[in-house]
Design a protein around this ligand. Structure first.
Ligand SMILES: Nc1ncnc2c1ncn2[C@@H]1O[C@H](COP(=O)(O)OP(=O)(O)O)[C@@H](O)[C@H]1O
Ligand SMILES: Cc1cn([C@H]2C[C@H](O)[C@@H](COP(=O)(O)O)O2)c(=O)[nH]c1=O
Length: 217
């Protein structure tokens, strides 16, 4: 049965790597795929992994209609068995609905990869629609770690190492950003809610005092 699967997690947990591995494994068994992405750090029209691999992909613009594109390709005689859709949190809810129709009407597998939540811990609209429509949601098993050693569960946006909560939802960037530039850091919930990045909490800068009760304990 064809499926819409959403592989999700934080930044730096291996989503793009898994996307490329899945494309490779399906192609190795003779299946034909199409790759899509949006706003990859490596530039337009590429799926790139921090492990060094990169492949060409169709850039998903707001105008792209997945169902129409695939209907046209299949009608023209092309063979397509599956889609790899990276950075899927940036797709519109309508595009996610088109992906579900590609599965149901055209019988293709759709493997989507993306963040669940943004730097304010809110769902991206595209991720919300994927959580609502996917046949399966797989949370990646490779855990990015918070500076404190706990599992990293939330993405913080940073400027000069300090967490920021203002700004556009979409700002392309990396977990290894140059000083002074917008970057990202994966934190546990406790440290995300307190705004404690490695710069502040992990390197001896003054952190929040313990709550009064805890100090007494
Ligand atoms: N030098 C390295 N050696 C081993 N693994 C690495 C190295 N650099 C990155 N990785 C792995 O790559 C993962 C990030 O992969 P990537 O697909 O780019 O993540 P995502 O797409 O989720 O942001 C890291 O969690 C880590 O497991
Ligand atoms: C949290 C968050 C992230 N982004 C951007 C930053 C990166 O360019 C991508 C995530 O890429 P990855 O392969 O998962 O590392 O998303 C954003 O625009 N807004 C955010 O809130």
């Amino acid at each position: 049965m064809p499926e819409l699967v959403f592989f999700t997690g934080t930044m730096d947990c291996g989503k793009s790597t898994l996307a490329l591995q899945m494309a490779h494994n399906h192609q190795a068994r003779g299946r034909v795929g199409r790759a899509f992405t949006a706003h990859d750090r490596a530039g337009e029209g590429r799926i790139s992994s921090r492990l060094g691999l990169a492949v060409p992909a169709t850039e998903v613009t707001p105008e792209l209609d997945f169902r129409l594109l695939l209907v046209r390709e299949l009608s023209a005689g092309a063979r397509v068995d599956f889609l790899i859709c990276d950075e899927a949190m940036f797709y519109s809810p309508e595009q996610v609905e088109q992906l579900a129709r590609v599965v149901d009407d055209l019988g293709l597998d759709v493997f989507a990869f993306g963040l669940t939540t943004d730097f304010r811990t809110r769902l991206f609209p595209g991720s919300q629609r994927l959580l609502e429509l996917a046949d399966r949601v797989e949370v990646l098993q490779v855990e990015a770690l918070c500076w404190c050693g706990r599992r990293g569960t939330h993405n913080a946006r940073t400027v000069g190492g300090e967490m920021v909560l203002e700004g556009e939802q979409v700002v392309v960037g990396d977990t290894r950003a140059d000083a002074g530039r917008v970057g990202y850091e994966v934190l546990c919930r406790r440290h995300h809610l307190r705004g404690l990045t490695a710069h502040r909490g992990g390197r001896g800068l003054p952190a929040e005092p313990l709550p009064f009760d805890a100090q007494e304990a």
